[in-house]
Design a protein around this ligand. Structure first.
Ligand code: SPD
Length: 297
């Protein structure tokens, strides 16, 4: 064991030969990775970019915004999935809207109590490219007999689905522009609530409290109106703008998602890199003071 820590302060500069800087840019700030671009194409819905980055492995951008990367994705998928799956009254039937890279489905299917997982992703090209270039994201989910993939419109799916037909509804969309815009409004959230059985839990990614603060606060407020309560959970996805991220949870019968059921938690915790019941407890408490005031106003 060395007697002192070693820190290399050499700043990075130009990208290495064959690589370039790939950035998501917001309001005068760039969030970038050094990478080689593998795929750049437009689907019927959006521009899809797949890169091989020096630090985080293969990664996906949609319309120029970071979605996921092989060595970052657990920071995002574990906090989205496990507070919901460890708390719902039952978890037999799970619905995932979006989630085309497969990471959310993979984490859900680690719970042995899940009998059927419906995933509705609007862009089949995202699924194909992730299966081809980022296969570890979905892992065994793509061939799991409990998994049913529909390429279609998640908004239409929730509007058409029968009331009380799911135990957990998870929204893993991109930012509220383009194809994901309709995943952040009252009508959509009301349908999600309608689909839940008693004791059911809803979860959605709810953007950065720093870079997308207005969207974040509006999402939590709207969910509180629709469900009567909702709570944001704060964590980090270092590749996303500011690195600071949030997920918001609601349930049919009160904030049951704040407390992980010990047996469910025990069945997944050892395989997690970020989530644990202790991490979750702190993350629900870590509401920035100014946002807490804003949410109470
Ligand atoms: N700005 C990034 C928002 C991304 C939300 N979804 C990411 C997809 C990962 N499954």
């Amino acid at each position: 064991m060395p007697d002192s820590v070693v820190f290399d302060p050499t700043p990075g500069t130009a990208a290495a030969a064959g690589s370039c800087w790939v950035d998501e840019i917001h309001q005068g700030v760039r969030y970038g990775l050094e990478a080689e671009v593998l795929v750049e194409r437009s689907s019927a819905f959006q521009r899809i970019t797949v890169i091989d980055s020096r630090t985080y492995g293969k990664a996906l951008l949609l319309d120029g915004c970071w979605m996921t990367a092989e060595r970052q994705e657990r920071h995002y998928h574990e906090p989205l999935v496990h507070p919901a799956l460890c708390a719902a009254e039952r978890i037999e039937r799970v619905l995932v809207i979006g989630g085309g890279d497969g990471g959310t489905a993979r984490e859900c299917l680690r719970h042995p109590g899940v009998v059927q997982l419906d995933m509705v992703e609007i862009d089949g090209e995202v699924v194909d490219l992730c299966q081809q270039h980022l296969p570890s994201l979905g892992g065994g989910a793509w061939s799991d007999p409990r998994f049913r993939l529909t390429i279609g419109d998640g908004i239409a799916w929730v509007a058409a689905a029968a009331a009380a037909s799911y135990d957990v509804v998870i929204v893993d969309g991109s930012d509220p522009a383009g194809p994901a815009e309709g995943l952040f409004n009252r009508a959509f959230f009301e349908h999600c609530r309608r689909l839940l059985r008693p004791g059911g839990v809803f979860a959605t990614q709810s953007e950065s409290p720093e870079v997308f603060r207005a969207v974040h606060v509006a999402t939590v407020r709207l969910l509180r109106e629709v469900f009567g309560h909702a709570d944001p959970l704060y964590g980090w996805v270092p590749m996303y703008p500011s690195g600071w991220w949030s997920w918001t949870f609601a349930a049919t019968d009160g904030p049951r998602y704040r407390q992980a059921l010990p047996e469910r938690a025990a069945s997944v915790a050892d395989g997690c890199a970020i989530w644990s019941p202790r991490w979750q407890a702190g993350a629900f408490e870590a509401v920035p003071a100014a946002i807490e005031r804003e949410l109470q106003a």
